[in-house]
Design a binder for this molecule. Sequence first.
Ligand code: SAM
Ligand code: SF4
Length: 360
Amino acid sequence: MRKDIREIAETGSWSEEILSQLLSLRGEAQKELLLLGGEYLQKYRGKEVYYRGLVEFSNICTKDCYYCGIRKSNGNVERYDLSDDAIVEAARFACRNRYGSMVLQSGERDDPHFVERIDTLLQTIKKETDGKVGITLSLGEQTEETYRRWFKSGAHRYLLRIETSDESLYRQLHPDNDKHRFHKRLDCLKTIQKVGYQTGTGVMIGLPGQTLNHLAKDLLFMKDFDIDMVGMGPYIEHEETPLYQRRGELWSPEERFLTSLNMVALLRLMMPDINIAATTAMQAIDPVGREKAIQAGANVIMPNITPSNHRKDYLLYQNKPCIDEGADDCSNCLSVRLEMIGHKPGFDQWGDSPHFFSRQ
Ligand code: SAM
Ligand code: SF4
């Protein structure tokens, strides 16, 4: 089996049909697929795993995605917005702990004050860390002007998950209004790439109504789009969201997790030189889920460096891990975990995706 998959990987003859079949692998055949994903990672990217310190600086959001715990209409969320000082301090923490990069993530807002604030913050962080810390933004859909402005002020990567590349499934996951249009999100992703960011996307895995065919198309979408980095992981339900009503249609958490591992391994085979994150949602289902994702081909982890008193309020889904730990705890525990699986932290490096440079 491994020989067959290797041949497909070497010839690049991926199709929706083949990918759907491979996504369903379990048992010994799955083990072989995951080992091959890990082998490709070692061959094309080495043993280093890059850290992106994640700062979830605000849970205030103007959108209402049906799956997300911090959606605008959830009245049971205590809303917060970290001070600029706290965000800059998190950047200093990343620098002191030799994390090559940080990610600024929040609910989606596009008011002029927000745009201006991020612009100033980017310049401050660059100054305070002597430009050492690479900055990824994950702030949702914005205008081309805003993307350009933030790029100029020092952000060089942008993460905007397409969530699903299937328009009709997308429509089932979002309200039917202009703030939640599939084509708007797709256009934003194209703009991000055009502006010059290392461009990241991703999908949720195991959504109600989603099939292996949808996921196979997602993988082909990422390849066709020439994406530089990917963050994908299992969908996890949250009681206070509309999608919770469809929990009866869900695959078991284990199935969502195993399919996520296959997604990681297959994407590594399809795009050997990109960055793939071992996401927190994988750890939410399996305590060593991130390690398993790395063994299957992921090479980025995003330790949470949000001040811990606010972590409990950024609850996208239930059972989110590490909400009680401080950033230091996360940092120590991660290095040990990496060494245990034969990998090492890519300290002090931005860890850019070579794919980005090859498509310039
Ligand atoms: N607001 C920005 C956006 O939507 O792009 C960035 C923050 S948003 C919380 C980051 C990601 O969280 C989304 O792209 C989505 O894939 C993921 N997410 C939200 N709810 C989730 C859930 N219930 N299970 C798994 N992932 C979820
Ligand atoms: Fe807001 Fe992002 Fe959650 Fe959608 S996924 S509700 S945009 S935070």
